[in-house]
Write a protein that binds this ligand. Structure first.
Ligand SMILES: Cc1cc2nc3c(=O)[nH]c(=O)nc-3n(C[C@H](O)[C@H](O)[C@H](O)COP(=O)(O)OP(=O)(O)OC[C@H]3O[C@@H](n4cnc5c(N)ncnc54)[C@H](O)[C@@H]3O)c2cc1C
Length: 426
């Protein structure tokens, strides 16, 4: 997205370096194009293989999904397109959000009636404030950031797109960036380096490059979430190639997200995800592994480290339990499970039982954020404090995690920062 906006100025040379595969027009795999985002997991070169994380401090480190390749996670995500609380962005001093939102080029289009699944419909019928989810789709196809931004720019003589190219370090002369060093040792000189490797890879890359700005890799957040697994009644229609998520409900900082199906290995099941969208805990971190500084970083999301978050999510689960026991859900759901061992929701009676169960059940929401926060690590322009010519523009710079799914806010952020840079130049 940034590469497309910055190369609109013909006198600027822009080089986009991406470690994964390309995504040129006319070659989009059906798994990316299609309605079922879970199918993108079958494209191994589109997943970052090197990211593992503990969700709760001291828990096991298990793979954390991140997209890879031109288009980043926008090519593999669930396509939910929400903008979030304008008041939150303004509280960060982002007074230009309207202009930035107006520039966003990915679509935000609600699914048609016949695209909704059984769990979507149950949620929409059960809660008056549930809504169809706007999606980054048009005409029944996913629109990736590559399609929305890069395809129209791909013929520009001042834009070079190099895929299958991994950046190892930002090259520094003292405290000034002079380019990047690739993992094969090649050096690419540049006046300005913008790191957009996502909230896990960006801090790791800055640390590996030797940047010593305090706070790099601290404050990592995600939305803590738990799934209620719904065993669907026999005869409930499920389209395993259809939309996984077509609706949502968000109130009092809790998002309820229906999953109409969860893959062909679990036929007959749906899910209601319950996520805390305004977590207060900020003790997550991305660190280099002292044994292997060039290898995968050590990542701890430290979900639920703040007791306030436990209470908020517990209350959200209480609301979710009411929802899934309501008539529209009862018509399609035979049983509701809260773990893989077959514990049913009925066994979770009372807040004490929920609070005891939560640390085992809590998971991430694939929304890594805020590990190079604006005001701590970068300034209002995304420039890394204490250095010249090194910038960050991705989900790692949010001062705190936005209160919605992070794709659209990140796109808006990139529209903002690229507009500021271009204005500053003129
Ligand atoms: C499975 C999944 C489902 C999701 N569902 C939704 C959803 O429905 N709605 C929503 O709003 N958000 C969703 N998200 C989150 C959303 O897609 C991301 O927050 C958004 O794409 C912003 O990510 P980013 O810019 O921080 O990084 P990314 O989009 O992850 O991009 C980082 C890019 O940098 C590349 N890279 C990393 N390191 C290097 C290096 N050293 N050299 C070169 N290139 C490198 C990576 O290969 C990748 O392409 C989902 C994410 C995932 C993984």
């Amino acid at each position: 997205m940034l590469a497309a906006r910055l190369s609109e100025d013909a006198d600027r040379e822009v080089v986009l370096l991406e470690s994964g595969p390309g995504l040129p027009a006319g070659s989009v795999p059906p798994e990316i194009d299609g309605a079922n985002f879970l199918a993108t997991a079958d494209l191994p070169d589109r997943q970052d293989p090197g990211v593992s994380a503990t969700r709760v401090t001291g828990g096991p480190s298990t793979p954390y999904r991140r997209g890879r390749g031109v288009g980043g996670s926008s090519a593999v995500n669930a396509m939910v397109a929400l903008r979030g609380d304008a008041g939150l962005y303004r509280s960060w001093g982002w007074d230009d959000i309207e202009e930035a939102w107006a520039a966003v080029a990915v679509p935000e289009i609600e699914p048609d009636d016949d695209e909704l699944g059984a769990v979507d419909r149950a949620l929409l019928a059960a809660a008056v404030d549930a809504r169809r989810a706007p999606l980054t789709r048009r005409g029944g196809r996913r629109v990736t950031s590559a399609e929305a931004y890069l395809w129209p720019a791909s013929d520009r003589p001042n834009l070079t797109i190099r895929h299958s190219t991994t950046v190892d370090q930002v090259a520094l002369a003292g405290r000034r960036a002079v380019g990047v060093v690739l993992s094969n040792g090649e050096e690419i000189p540049a006046e300005r380096v913008i790191v957009s490797a996502g909230a896990i890879r960006t801090p790791a890359l800055l640390l590996r490059s030797g940047l010593d700005t305090p706070g790099i890799g601290t404050g990592l957040q995600d939305h803590p979430s738990v799934p209620l697994t719904l065993a669907l009644r026999s005869g409930v229609p499920v389209d395993h190639d259809g939309l996984v998520i077509g609706a949502y409900r968000q109130r009092a900082g809790i998002q309820f997200l229906p999953m109409n199906h969860v893959g062909r290995d679990s036929v007959g099941f749906g899910v209601l995800l319950v996520a805390l969208m305004t977590p207060r805990g900020r003790s997550g971190s991305v660190r280099l592994d002292p044994q292997d500084p060039g290898g995968p970083p050590l990542v701890d999301f430290a979900l639920l480290a703040d007791p306030v978050d436990i209470r908020a999510l517990t209350s959200g689960i209480g609301d979710a339990a009411e929802l899934v026991r309501s008539r529209p859900f009862a018509e399609i759901v035979e049983e509701i499970y809260v773990d893989h061992a077959g514990t049913t929701l009925d066994a979770l009676t009372g807040e004490v039982a929920i609070e005891r169960w939560l640390p085992r059940a809590v998971g991430d929401y694939v929304h890594a954020s805020s590990s190079c926060a604006m005001g701590t690590v970068v300034d209002a322009d995304g420039a890394v404090l204490g250095y010249e010519g090194v910038y960050v523009c991705d989900a790692s710079v949010f001062p705190t995690i936005p209160d919605v799914n992070t794709h659209l806010p990140t796109t808006m952020l990139a529209e903002r920062l690229s507009a500021r840079w271009r204005r500053g130049r003129s």
